[in-house]
Design a protein around this ligand. Structure first.
Ligand code: FEO
Length: 404
């Protein structure tokens, strides 16, 4: 894949990772890209590096535009390994380049690379760097995605280099949103944005909301958003900004997702009458079986729905391991504004339902109680109770959704 011109003199020089399917535990069926950008100005400037396994591709892309030895400045917007681990290789070529990074970025990157031998400049929000015809404005965006993160805005071109924000895990031949939509669909692209946000940025929703407001107040005109993963936004900027506005408020649709796992199908038998009860209340339902579905897809579906009901058998006096794993992940993602319910079968002790509610309460989710548990195998009477549970949950969910 060759470099691509975003605007006159501004190039994508990144790499496409077609093969990756496990991105630190996040399943990426479409692969991903590591985007970085080169500005060929009087003082050539590289914005971000890439994953170290792909840095030779980025260097090759740069070579097609200028000799890499000419790079004068390196901007490090985010120090996570997928973006900054390639910088050492670039610094071997240009050890005298000026590095621009936030204070937290320097502290963090210093744990990976000995920065003492390089020219490191600390920048903060509002600082500018003139590189010739263009001026770069730095905007700190802590926790979007890590404490070190920042955006770089190319003033004269109205281009925002947004590192992780607005990204998607998509490896594609298309570099721009309109190209991707033309060959795929807008729904595909939106789905990738939601998947990425729900699994990576969800915990920082309130921080991101504040930062988006702050950026709006700066009155920056933006006609291109170039993230460090996936396609570059040039035709659907309002779409992705609106999507983010709704996501930072944890908005959800009036629907319910039932996520469950099962040992001998008893918990599974409880799923269908619960779903029928919800459906009879007019609430759309999705059913997901753990261990058959990638974790990030489960999270994305939970993110979309206002109601979440989780089913787990009791195993060894506790949760079924796959359910425990999901709840641990969900807790870390700090899901909010959802109605939660739980159910499950058990043999003798039956702690799973209570443990699921304990986690939901620790997450400060609204809970619908009591949950429902069944000894060994649901009887006809138990199945009728499951249906009633689904109906009652559906009613409560509609009221809760109207309040939010
Ligand atoms: Fe794509 Fe937070 O790294």
């Amino acid at each position: 894949m060759k470099s691509e011109e975003l605007k006159s003199g501004i190039y994508w020089v990144g790499a496409i990772d077609w093969a990756i399917r496990d991105f630190h535990g996040y399943e990426t069926p479409r692969g991903t890209t590591y985007n970085n950008y080169l500005i060929d100005d009087k003082e050539p400037t590289l914005l971000d590096a890439v994953h170290h396994d792909f840095v030779h591709i980025s260097i090759d892309n740069i070579s097609r535009i200028i000799s890499p030895e000419k790079i004068k400045h390196i901007i490090i917007n985010h120090i996570e390994n997928d973006h900054a681990s390639g910088v050492e290789k670039i610094l071997e070529i240009v050890p005298d380049a000026n590095i621009y990074i936030t204070e937290r970025g320097k502290k963090g990157l210093n744990r990976f690379i000995d920065l003492s031998k390089y020219k490191v400049n600390i920048v903060k929000s509002g600082d500018k760097l003139k590189i010739g015809q263009r001026t770069l404005l730095f905007i700190e965006t802590p926790m979007m995605h890590w404490p070190d993160s920042m955006f770089t805005y190319i003033q004269e071109e109205n281009v925002l280099i947004s590192q992780d924000a607005f990204g998607q895990h998509i490896a594609s031949i298309e570099r721009f949103d309109d190209e991707f939509v033309k060959n795929n669909s807008m729904e595909d692209l939106e789905d990738a944005v939601i998947d990425y946000y729900a699994n990576i940025l969800m915990p920082y929703g309130s921080v991101i909301k504040g930062k988006v407001e702050e950026i709006k107040k700066l009155g920056l005109k933006i006609n291109m958003i170039a993230p460090d993963h996936g396609v570059i936004w040039r035709s659907h900027i309002d779409k992705v900004l609106n999507l983010y506005s709704s996501m930072v408020d944890a908005k959800a649709q009036l629907s319910n997702v039932i996520v469950y796992d099962t040992m001998w199908h008893s918990t599974e038998q409880m799923v269908f009458p619960i779903a029928k009860g919800l459906e009879d209340e007019g609430v759309p339902v999705k059913i997901i079986k753990l261990r058959s579905t990638p974790k990030n897809v489960v999270i994305k579906e939970i993110w979309k729905a206002r109601g979440v009901i989780i089913g787990s058998p009791t195993l060894n006096n506790g949760l079924f391991p796959s359910v425990a794993e999901l709840l641990t992940y969900l807790k870390g993602l700090r899901l909010k504004n959802r109605l939660f319910g739980a159910f499950g079968s058990y043999g003798w002790s039956g702690e799973a339902v209570k443990e699921m509610y304990d986690v939901a309460k620790a997450m400060k989710l609204e809970t619908f109680e009591p949950g429902i548990k069944v000894l060994y195998k649901p009887s006809e009477e138990d199945l009728a109770k499951c249906y009633e549970f689904g109906k009652a949950f559906g009613k409560a969910l509609k009221e809760y959704h109207a309040k939010i």
